[in-house]
Design a protein around this ligand. Structure first.
Ligand SMILES: [Zn+2]
Length: 107
């Protein structure tokens, strides 16, 4: 059995989202952090080493990040749909939890 906490709610604000997990922990996470860690076929190859990551993150920081559409995928992930460039990023709950802990703020 997968014991990692499940995402129970995702509340979209203009520049960030609030994520609540099944272990009663909640995080505030900027969309830019989600995008920087996107695992889609387009974005993932750009995070393979530190130098590429820096360039990728700079590019994202320059973009106007608009509120993405989100859609739940099965019982394990959320798909973020960005108006700029990337649309098939599937973020598993455990991946979102990892980003929340490293780049988000606990609330
Ligand atoms: Zn992507």
């Amino acid at each position: 059995m997968d014991k990692s906490p499940k995402l129970v709610s995702l509340d979209r604000k203009d520049t960030y989202c609030m994520l609540s997990f099944s272990d009663d922990k909640s995080f505030k996470l900027d969309y830019v952090e989600v995008r920087k860690n996107c695992q889609c076929a387009k974005c993932k190859p750009r995070q393979v080493n530190e130098q590429m990551k820096i360039e990728f993150e700079e590019e994202i920081s320059r973009m106007m990040l608009v509120k993405p559409k989100v859609e739940q995928v099965g019982n394990y992930a959320i798909r973020f749909e960005w108006p700029t460039g990337c649309s098939s990023g599937i973020h598993s709950f455990s991946h979102l939890r990892k980003i929340s802990e490293s780049s988000g703020r606990k609330v």
